[in-house]
Write a protein that binds this ligand. Structure first.
Ligand SMILES: Cc1cc2nc3c(=O)[nH]c(=O)nc-3n(C[C@H](O)[C@H](O)[C@H](O)COP(=O)(O)O)c2cc1C
Length: 434
């Protein structure tokens, strides 16, 4: 396996590392905070993060320093940081590991980011099912508060930043940043129409930054080792740093792998995750969570960075890499994902609310061998009328499995429909002719 330096998973890979404050401090934890607070101007911290090239790890890959720079400079009232720990994308489980195994790394990133954007309050919006993660974070916050790293007058600098954990109720849509804000405000988690963007009208209508757990966990390292160091890792200039890929499915060693951006899918699957679990060859890969279009074995040499995955027709998304072996029914795989999206559609926009139900019904009909060739056109037409026509990107996400499986494995749909036609023909044959 190729050797490279781990950044985010480094501490937790050390034998005996517990993630406690004492352990974190022994590895140099909270040194970035000591070096930065009151010593480097907040605008310069933002400039350093911009220079590092760090891009969001939650899905859209927006440049983090640029996002921070959108906050109004002269606004006098409160502003907020929200750490997006909802992580509900199927096949994605990195934020959970970062929070459970090294919570202070995330907290240090949160406090540094609060300082950069001038926020005195941060919320960690954690997926409801992650009970253990929420408990661990609560404990770590208490430890950090007692040690003077969180709260009022941090390390005697006169700078304040408090951090609160807010548990969601387990809705996928609450990972979408504006639905997250609605939910935090105590309302039903429905996405907001943008603009205005959270940078100016976010939580309680105040300037707000929403960043993913992994994004924020990178910040202490950028402050400790400098933006140039970070910018040289991975696939500069557009995909810098490492990425924690969550490999699941039919591989020998599923799990989280932190690798420099730009390694190929082949290296990730065959070298890190140990290759296929049986002698069946690889058939399909989802490179960036359930919302990302499928890839085929022809894409094994695509580099896992923002640019190359997008050029090849998919997206790096949440970093969830799901591998499927030969023998997997792609129509069935599309239906499983579609059932998830149908269940999770928040109902705000009719194309998504109604369309997801029709997509599921049509796929179920095809799999039950009651499909017709016209169903394929219906599926594509539905996808066309959902994508880009909803308030949030959920609509684009839910059509990805269908459009991409129809693109690469259309014959599997056709075969099921032909089987259906054969079954119907037999049923229609008049009695006595067999
Ligand atoms: C339906 C939907 C679900 C999302 N779920 C998550 C999530 O669970 N975690 C996350 O960090 N971002 C999620 N996002 C992306 C967020 O809206 C937002 O872009 C992200 O939190 C910004 O942080 P980043 O810039 O650090 O990536 C989701 C987006 C959509 C449209």
């Amino acid at each position: 396996m190729p050797q490279h330096e781990l950044i985010l998973l480094k501490n937790m890979m050390q034998p005996g590392y517990t993630g406690s404050l004492v352990d974190y401090e022994k590895t140099g934890g909270y040194q970035a905070l000591r070096k930065t607070l009151g010593k480097i101007a907040p605008a310069d911290v933002t400039a350093m993060v911009r220079k590092s090239g760090l891009r969001g790890r939650g899905g859209a890959g927006f440049p983090t320093g640029v996002k921070w720079g959108f906050l109004p400079k002269d606004y006098q009232g409160p502003r907020y940081l929200c750490c997006n720990a909802d992580e509900s994308e199927p096949g994605t489980f990195k934020d959970r590991q970062l929070m459970e195994r090294d919570p202070h790394q995330v907290l240090e990133g949160i406090v540094l980011s609060c300082y950069a954007i001038g926020a005195e309050t941060a919320f960690i919006y954690i997926r409801g099912e992650m009970v253990l993660g929420a408990k661990i974070l609560e404990h770590a916050i208490a430890e950090a508060r007692a040690a003077g790293y969180i709260g009022k007058n941090i390390l005697g600098t006169g700078i304040h930043a408090d951090v609160w954990v807010h548990r969601g109720a387990g809705a996928y849509i609450c990972g979408e940043e504006t639905a997250l804000l609605e939910s935090l405000e105590g309302k039903r988690g429905l996405p907001r129409i943008k603009p205005p963007f959270p940078a100016t009208h976010g939580l309680y209508n105040k300037p707000t930054v929403v960043n993913n757990v992994e994004t924020l966990a990178n910040v202490p390292h950028i402050m400790n080792r400098g933006p140039e160091w970070f910018a040289a890792i991975g696939s500069p200039p557009k995909s810098t740093g490492t990425r924690v890929f969550c490999v699941s499915g039919h591989v020998k060693r599923p799990g989280n792998y932190e690798v420099p951006m730009g390694i190929t899918i082949r290296e990730l699957v065959y070298e890190h995750a140990g290759g296929m679990r049986s002698d069946k060859p690889l058939k399909a890969i989802i490179p960036g969570g359930a919302s990302a279009p499928f890839f085929t074995p022809a894409h094994l040499d695509v580099k896992l960075d923002f640019e190359h995955v997008a050029l090849a027709g998919s997206m790096l998304g949440s970093g969830g890499v799901t591998v499927m072996e030969e023998g997997t029914s792609m129509v069935w795989a599309a239906l499983r994902l579609m059932e998830f999206f149908y269940h999770e559609s928040c109902g705000k926009c009719s194309p998504c609310r109604e369309g997801s139900s029709w997509l599921v019904q049509t796929l179920r009909r095809i799999l039950a061998k009651r499909g017709h060739m016209e169903d394929l056109e219906t599926l594509l037409d539905l996808c066309k009328n959902i994508a880009g026509r909803t308030v949030c990107a959920f609509g684009d996400a839910e059509v990805a499995p269908i459009q991409s499986t129809l693109k690469y494995w259309r014959q599997e749909y056709v075969d099921l429909i032909h089987e259906a036609e054969a079954v119907n023909l037999i049923k229609l044959e008049p009695a006595g002719r067999h």
